[in-house]
Write a protein that binds this ligand. Structure first.
Ligand SMILES: CC(C)(COP(=O)(O)OP(=O)(O)OC[C@H]1O[C@@H](n2cnc3c(N)ncnc32)[C@H](O)[C@@H]1OP(=O)(O)O)[C@@H](O)C(=O)NCCC(=O)NCCS
Length: 140
């Protein structure tokens, strides 16, 4: 299982029965992505979500579409695994193309103040963030 894992309840893509692994070029590992379970602390309930990150692509292979495949394939796997919400702390110029939006537009904030608005969320199931607001991501 080469490239998608988490601290617990991991989502995997790849493996002998999984889709083609975009993180490999021949025998060389050229990309890496990790997803791990987190929670958003919303009044009255804790919302289970999947956190994306960290991810990286070998500089020799960047801008060739590997990162896009890792994110899209990984999110598909997480959706199939039952996750309805994804979160990421990352470049606001990179992740919106996959459907992530600034978390604060949903009234969801990270507990730490950081420059550059890096905290983003995405519904993996339509409506999953309806009524959700609060603080995240917290370790699940
Ligand atoms: C960010 C990173 C993973 C992107 O991987 P990649 O394989 O080069 O990305 P892709 O080739 O799949 O590019 C996907 C899209 O994002 C764009 N893109 C790539 N890197 C970008 C960046 N740093 N900022 C903004 N957009 C970027 C590409 O132009 C492409 O857009 P398009 O599909 O509209 O043409 C890679 O640059 C990297 O490893 N960077 C160093 C580590 C890092 O910053 N990790 C992310 C931490 S949040």
């Amino acid at each position: 299982m080469p490239f998608v894992s988490g601290p617990s309840r991991p989502c995997h893509t790849g493996g002998p029965d999984g889709p083609k692994d975009p993180a490999r070029s021949g025998e060389r590992l050229v990309g890496h992505i990790v997803f791990g379970p987190v929670e958003i602390d919303s009044p009255g309930r804790e919302v289970r979500a999947i956190g994306l990150g960290p991810m990286a692509v070998d500089p020799d292979y960047q801008r060739t579409g590997i990162g896009r495949q890792l994110v899209e394939q990984g999110l598909r796997t997480c959706r199939k695994a039952g996750y309805k919400v994804a979160v990421v702390l990352g470049h606001p110029s990179y992740y919106p193309k996959f459907g992530f939006v600034l978390a604060r537009t949903h009234g969801i904030h990270w507990e730490h103040e950081v420059p550059g608005d890096p905290f983003m969320v995405m519904e993996l199931q339509a409506g999953a963030l309806a009524g959700v607001r609060g603080t995240g991501p917290l370790p699940a």
